[in-house]
Ligand binder design. Sequence first.
Ligand SMILES: O=P(O)(O)OC[C@H]1O[C@](O)(COP(=O)(O)O)[C@@H](O)[C@@H]1O
Ligand SMILES: [Mg+2]
Ligand SMILES: [Mg+2]
Length: 342
Amino acid sequence: MAELLTLEAYLDQWAGDDAGRRGVAKTILAMCEAGRAIAAIVGRGALEGNMAAAIGGNAGGDTQKALDLRTHEMTLEALKDAPVARVGSEEADDVAVLDADAPLAVAMDPLDGSSNIETNVSIGTLFGVLPNIGEDTFLQPGSAQLAAGFIVYGPATALVLTVGEGTQIFMLERGSDKFLRTHADVKIPEKTKEYAINASNVRHWDAATRSYIDDCLAGETGPRAKNFNMRWVGSLVADVFRILIRGGVYLYPGDGRDGYGQGRLRLVYECSPIAFVCEQAGGAATDGRTRILDIVPSKLHARCPLVAGSAEEVERFGEYHAKPAGKGASSPLFAKRGLFLA
Ligand SMILES: O=P(O)(O)OC[C@H]1O[C@](O)(COP(=O)(O)O)[C@@H](O)[C@@H]1O
Ligand SMILES: [Mg+2]
Ligand SMILES: [Mg+2]
């Protein structure tokens, strides 16, 4: 195999002599330094003790597990060596101020997929790098992100990264502990026959979501005229990694459960980094009505519905919302006949 580009070399080429870019590069490298250490811990599984032990609750009302807090502390510590003023984390109610005059800020979900910790299923770390504009830093829309990405701790530890010039994938090489680029300028296939949604929530979905999924389920004799497959890992990072490689669409819509009107995911440190990565890979991301990167967060921990992945499918989901009574692209025949609506 030809020699693969290291993460350091990729960032060096991108940043050149530009001081602003060098700061962003340093921040990404700090996140990856933490990622390497987290990968080592995750790779030991239960040998590390009970990483899934419940130890409290976070601002979003989720149970906080031991690994949630440990990864929060590890990433925060690593970022102290970067030009980062503020860190907004899923695992801290308030923004952490490191050096108020530094030019950058990091929004992060230090441990994504917490419900999978003890099950030996892929989990990860998400981050977005923003300009530091003071107290309103995390109220900037995702389009203000200078870089974003995520690390997946799976069979391989993988880094997905965008600095606004395409989306790159690096794998952590065991032994050398280097991130090496394996996928340059990855492109999400525009069309797909695969979707990812937690279908146990079907009774809580709105008409548009039901209608969209019904039409997928109807298969080749339905309005979509093709048979769909379904995959749901339950870790956003792992589901989106699959989508980057072979296409598909990830959906976490708002639903009727208490506290789920805006879905489950957080806009600033989950939806926005995913949206930046997907768009840079030729895909798209919406809340059903608005492009994710255009949404102005109301607060650091605001939730937001997310539909992301193959561009054509994301657009189609939006059409179901735009049409009256959520009938979307279904013919009247199929809209009435959905499997879930029996
Ligand atoms: O358990 P559910 O409702 O299917 O939700 C799963 C989703 O929630 C998340 O775990 C939320 O992220 P956290 O684990 O960081 O809270 C996503 O990774 C995942 O896609
Ligand atoms: Mg998460
Ligand atoms: Mg998390």
